[in-house]
Design a protein around this ligand. Sequence first.
Ligand SMILES: [Zn+2]
Length: 484
Amino acid sequence: MRGDYECDLLIRGASVFDGTGAAPVTCDVAVAEDRIVAVGAALTLSAHDEVQADGLALAPGFIDVHTHDDLAAMSLDTSLPKLSQGVTTVVTGNCGISLGPTPLGRRDTVVPPLDLIATKDEYRYATFGDFLSAVRGIGPALNVVPLVGHTVLRARAVDDLSGPATEEEVAAMRQDLVAALDQGAAGLSTGLAYPPAKAATTEEVLALVREVATAGALWTTHMRDERTGVVSAVAETIDIARRSGARTLISHHKCCGEAAFGLSRTTLAMIEDARRDITLDIDVYPYTASSTVLIESFARDSRRVTVSWSDPHPEMAGRDLSEIAEIWGIPEMEALDRLRPGGAIYHQMDDGDLERILAWPPSLVGSDGLPRDRRPHPRLWGAFPRVLGHYVRERSLLNLSTAIAKMTGQTAAVLGLHDRGRITEGAAADLVLFDPALIRDAASFEDPARPAEGIVSVYLNGKLAYRPDAPGTTPCGTLLSRAP
Ligand SMILES: [Zn+2]
């Protein structure tokens, strides 16, 4: 495509945020094929495409460190919520839930919360390697960093999910895990707050996380408790991280329910202290409402519960649980039961905790978006621009360079992605050009499927992947599995 030109793309005069947290520098960035080949003032290269970017910000493509996009990343239309925010890389397989290997076999139903990302028919990969081959074969629309989920391994190996695994069952999970890591999994995720994994003992988790450490991979955890028990859940996480030696990432750190408000003061102090001798990080999404499957204890702790999907009652998606209970003339918890299998949005956090966690220098930004929900939580379409618009520009909670680093360079370092998340010569050409004065999340709880405003263009591996007036037509992502 380049012909006689010296590079494919030359973006001129942008305010370049290099992803390290350093102040922006106005300069030019040149791309050839899938790499950044030059960064500097008034570059004299000739380019096939030249873009005048005066007044716009150029950042490395955002890395969504917490997603459930295992299936969504495989097609362009379901990747639009991410591309339209400037996200170019997603970490999949979080919260214990991954598309491979199939959780079916020992049981023939998909136990919640595994139904958050796929149906029974879609859980069709016998091994984690089969899932990776499918991603590679199809050519994903985003770069994919794939984790394997503990709950999936548990569903395959454990007879009674409400109890601790036996020695043989732990051995079976270890075998599956080692195979997945050998095949290229970036790490293991756990979802210990969910019924099918709740009964896993610390020792069960430790046995698996030790394999993660041996492989030099990453452990991410949706901790056992994010309510009043969050302090002891953090203590357990630190204990497992320390005893295993695995690089550890606490997922979507938060304090849910009024009784837990303010506990982030304690948890962040514990994490900061632990970081002196272990590798421990956290991610956060910029909203005070969570979203997952319908669970009674979550609903009881919430100011407001909005149904995001329901298999038996799809017509109720978007309505509040209280309203549905009133329509049906039954108590809310009975209505919740009748709506299952289904999901909900739980308004249950405090701004103070959220801002404290988001402003804490090491925290990373993730969306935790649920791409299959009929009425998704707005984080699916809005998480990254919400940080840049609301928390940077409107609230001045953090400056733009710092916020961008939490979505790019800092994240790449935690993930061990050595050539992403930075604007520097030789790095992968994942780039987002946006207007810092206009960027904002348009997705709201009332109208959640709205693309962000202020994003000008998104380049993925050197190719134009998104413009508001011209969503991409070719998948440009790649699988970022660990070298087997
Ligand atoms: Zn989670």
